[in-house]
Design a protein around this ligand. Structure first.
Ligand SMILES: Cc1ncc(COP(=O)(O)O)c(C=O)c1O
Length: 417
């Protein structure tokens, strides 16, 4: 299956690794092995350069000045919106709103749109595998409106349990808010099928793409998502820039989330009217440099091709599942099949707390995350307070997984009783 042109693979590997200066760092004399891209990705030199170049050559606020620098800023900012539109297959660039991150995008949707359409007694459907960012905004709106929250559960192997779908149909949920890829289990959820299901019931689907958009081809039209959110910092871009995609006709009907500068059409001492989309939702000075740098991150991913990114991670997941399952005392959460799994592997080891695993791996220069990964209800269901999580991206290769496995073997021996 993979890779049939080994020579070309080696070239891509060299090219990629040379673009990420941080990966040349040593931690305690050991090569840095970064396996925490689910939390945030590393940034290629091209993205870092754009930030430096922009602040040193063209910096000025966007959509305000009529002088050359301001025009350059505005053009670059709007060009980035256009790139994002193409990247996720949106029809219109007015459907792309810049926010700070996926969390802010989800809060915006729940606050502005949820509060407009949710009524007393309505049903909102979530899943037990949601990140807190896609749970708490909906829970707050449900509390305020006296609406009900329901959860789709999971099967033993960490997939969504869709056997209860007929029962959920009877609830006629107004909203299904669901993650595309679980940040703990790695499960890829069948969004297209669920979008059809909820639309047939007259409801809407909000997709948390924080862990899918950076890692696989995502097309909002093909999925028929009403909303899709993601964060720039998880896809080679800088922190502080996120995206909210929404269908034009829905966004157009929505009230703004934040009010203030630049999001208005006219303000008098008595009343005000809102700017057009997308600026109606971009109050105040936006993170335009972040948006421009995210545009470069998208250029970088496009140059590799999102199919390449997906297949690369899939091959690593298959390799990692095979290797890690050989480590004594390891339990892996989520599907053991690479076909419906992203590059995220959460695990526990008998007699060793995940924080101890992460601390000991750090001594070997290996960065993983330990804890509940902002998904405490899911950990309650898994029956563990915390897991250790290794996650992969374009700059990881099989040797990183070999190093992880060797370190875990050592840790097992250390704690063996
Ligand atoms: C599935 C998922 N949703 C939402 C978020 C929140 O992203 P951010 O902290 O960038 O807002 C994360 C972050 O890890 C995530 O994994």
């Amino acid at each position: 299956m993979y890779p049939d042109v080994w020579g070309r693979e080696i070239d891509i590997k060299k090219e990629i690794l040379k673009d990420f200066p941080i990966l040349g760092r040593k931690i305690g004399g050991k090569r840095l092995i970064y396996l925490d891209s689910t939390a945030t990705s590393q940034k290629p030199i091209q993205v870092l350069d754009v930030i430096y170049e922009f602040y040193s050559r063209s910096n000025s606020n966007v959509h305000r000045g009529i002088y050359k620098l301001s025009e350059e800023s505005t053009e670059a900012y709007e060009k980035s919106r256009e790139k994002i539109k193409k990247f996720i297959g949106a029809r219109d660039k007015r459907e792309i709103i810049f926010t700070r991150n996926a969390t802010e995008s989800l809060n915006l949707i729940a606050y502005s749109w949820g509060s407009q359409i949710i009524r007393k007694g309505d049903n909102i459907l979530l899943t037990v595998m949601e990140h807190h960012s896609n749970l708490l905004p909906w829970r707050r709106i449900a509390r305020e409106k006296k609406a009900n929250i329901h959860y789709i559960g999971i099967t033993k192997d960490g997939r969504l349990d869709l056997s209860e779908l007929d029962n959920y149909s009877k609830l006629e949920p107004k909203i299904l808010a669901i993650t595309h890829v679980s940040n703990v289990l790695g499960t890829i959820n069948p969004i297209k099928d669920l979008a059809k299901w909820i639309h047939d019931l007259g409801g809407f689907i909000v997709v948390d793409g924080a862990q899918s958009v950076p890692h696989m081809p995502v097309d909002v039209n093909d999925l028929d998502a009403d909303f899709l959110v993601f964060s720039g910092h998880k896809m080679l871009g800088p922190t502080g820039i996120g995206v909210l995609y929404g269908k034009f006709e829905i966004l157009d009907e929505m009230e703004p989330f934040l009010v203030g500068g630049e999001m208005i059409s006219r303000v008098t001492l008595k009343d005000e009217s809102w700017n057009e989309l997308p600026w109606k939702f971009e109050a105040g000075t936006p993170n335009y440099v972040g948006a421009i740098a995210l545009g470069m991150a998208i250029d970088y991913l496009n140059a590799l091709g999102m199919d390449w990114v997906y297949n690369h991670e899939r091959r690593l997941v298959r390799y990692a599942l095979d290797k890690l399952l050989d480590v004594p005392g390891i339990k892996i959460y989520g599907p053991l099949d690479d076909r419906d799994r992203g590059g995220i592997i959460s695990f526990t080891m008998d007699n060793v707390h995940p924080h101890d695993i992460a601390t000991l791996l750090d001594e070997d220069g290996i960065c993983i995350r330990s804890g509940h990964h902002c998904a405490q209800p899911l950990h309650d269901i898994l029956g563990v307070p915390a897991t250790a999580r290794a996650s992969f991206y374009i700059y990881n290769w099989e040797e990183d997984i070999d190093a992880l496995t060797a370190s875990l073997m050592k840790i097992h021996k250390l704690f063996a009783i």
